[in-house]
Design a protein around this ligand. Structure first.
Ligand SMILES: [Zn+2]
Ligand SMILES: [Zn+2]
Length: 146
């Protein structure tokens, strides 16, 4: 098996390794991601939960009900505040990572946009990838796609 990918927060206190799944990255325009990213959207990518391991520092977390109604646990560096990962009942045995927190984010490309009905009018990504007005299709989010 290939070596896991590594990533971490801006201040360097938290480092992790994971096995992001090819073609599982997507733009999320939900309101929580607009605020929680301090940008206008989040780019997230799936990794099996069993392959996600913090190798330096410690994650801080809090839980919040998402736009989908499901509770999502948001994990971040308690020192610099960089959002790093999300987990929740909506995607069992899987963890979502902030794609840009990977050491090599160019290796993966987002394949779709989700929650475009919440997207800010001035935030347009691309007509060339599929978009979903709400939560992206379930088989995509199940994390089973390889
Ligand atoms: Zn940090
Ligand atoms: Zn979101």
């Amino acid at each position: 098996m290939e070596d896991p990918e590594t990533g971490g927060c801006l201040c360097g206190a938290v480092r992790y390794e994971a096995r992001p799944q090819v073609d599982s990255a997507y733009y999320c325009h939900c309101r929580d991601c607009q605020i929680g990213s301090a940008s206008a959207f989040t780019v997230a990518i799936f990794s099996p939960e069993q392959d996600f391991r913090v190798i330096a520092g410690e994650l801080s977390c809090y839980s919040k009900a998402a736009d989908s109604g499901r509770t999502i646990e948001r994990k971040f560096c308690g020192k610099c505040g960089t959002p790093l990962a999300w987990s929740g009942e909506g995607f069992p045995e899987t963890v979502l990572l902030s794609l840009s927190s990977l050491d090599n984010p160019e290796k993966y490309r987002p394949v779709l946009e989700g929650w475009t009905d919440r997207a800010l009018s001035w935030c347009r990504i691309s007509d060339e990838i599929s978009s979903y007005p709400g939560r992206p299709i379930r088989d995509f989010l199940s994390g089973t796609k390889s």
